[in-house]
Design a binder for this molecule. Structure first.
Ligand SMILES: O=C(O)[C@H](O)[C@@H](O)[C@H](O)[C@H](O)CO
Ligand SMILES: [Zn+2]
Length: 300
């Protein structure tokens, strides 16, 4: 029997840590600090974080086939060259919505970058409703909008057979599934596969494991939960004490057997922060007894 262990691996807290992505080549964890406007890389070798400041809220990061990375920055998709610390804008969306920004994003198994938007929050989970949309950036750098009316576009991943796309609009408190066409990148037939109790917490970032089960970080719930999208049942709950604002999770490390969890501190007052001084840092969970899959690189 493996026993679950949770440790904090970084020294500085993010305002909103998000989009953890394992970087095999660097043995490092990539993540962003959205409102802190930083792209970060924590080396599992040196245990140090390198941070690149950017000029807008940065909400997700992914690998790029040609090397380096792609990010969602404000309402733009952009390339990021790490060594040169150089950001190159690829394209802009939601031009008619100046109060919007991108939120979570992830690359599909065919190399397309999916990312959704939301209105800027006045405080956590408080924002103008239905302003967001879900987009895909294709390898030819063209963009399509899948749907609008989104509140907080969040966690996303694909089933192991690539036939289903999973998606979270946080304020719906639901994990949704769509039929997925890997050839075209089209999504269809939206339905809910799991509903969270409102008191439970807000579903945020998400990743899939090698058994096809979904792991969802629960914002204000201080936990990640493991769900079976086939049965709609919750299988496991891992509490990340003392931490309330768990935002996202991914598998990484050797063989993708470790889970990395990002967290936030925005919206916490002094008293709250004094009880949770590690809010905003990165946590590593070992002993889950299950592995994840490597992240896909953007093909463009
Ligand atoms: O991390 C994110 O995805 C959002 O950008 C955050 O702002 C929170 O998750 C949100 O407030 C909770 O719903
Ligand atoms: Zn999120």
């Amino acid at each position: 029997m493996s026993s679950i262990k949770i440790e904090c691996v970084t020294k500085d807290g993010c305002r909103i840590g998000e989009s953890p992505v394992w970087d095999e080549k660097e043995s490092a964890l990539l993540f962003v600090d959205i409102t802190g406007r930083k792209v970060c890389r924590w080396s599992s070798v040196t245990k140090q974080v390198q941070a690149i400041p950017v000029d807008a809220p940065v909400s997700s990061i992914a690998h790029r086939k040609s090397g380096d990375y792609v990010i969602t920055l404000g309402t733009r998709f952009a390339g990021l060259k790490w060594k040169e610390q150089q950001v190159t804008i690829i394209t802009e969306i939601d031009k008619d919505k100046p109060n919007n920004r991108f939120n979570d994003g992830k690359v599909d198994p065919a190399g397309r970058y999916f990312a959704g938007t939301m209105a800027e929050e006045t405080r956590p989970a408080v924002l103008e409703r239905h302003q967001g949309s879900l987009y895909t950036l294709f390898s030819d750098l063209s963009v399509v909008k899948h749907f609008d009316q989104v509140d907080i576009s969040n966690g996303l991943d694909w089933s192991l057979d690539h036939k289903t796309f999973f998606y979270i609009d946080s304020l719906s408190y639901s994990v949704d599934a769509f039929d997925y066409d890997l050839q075209t990148g089209k999504i269809d037939n939206r339905r809910s596969v799991y509903r969270l109790e409102k008191e439970e917490s807000i579903p945020d970032g998400m990743c899939i494991d090698t058994e096809g089960k979904l792991w969802v970080a629960c914002y204000d719930g201080g936990r990640v939960i493991r769900l079976d999208p086939e049965t709609g049942k919750s299988l496991k709950r891992v509490d990340c004490n003392p931490l309330d604002k768990t935002t996202s999770c991914c598998f990484g490390g050797k063989d993708y057997s470790e889970m990395y969890v990002t967290s936030a501190s925005d919206g916490m007052d002094e008293e709250w922060l004094s009880r949770q001084p590690q809010a905003g840092r990165i946590f590593k969970i070992t002993g889950l007894g299950v592995k994840g899959i490597p992240p896909y690189p953007f093909a463009g």
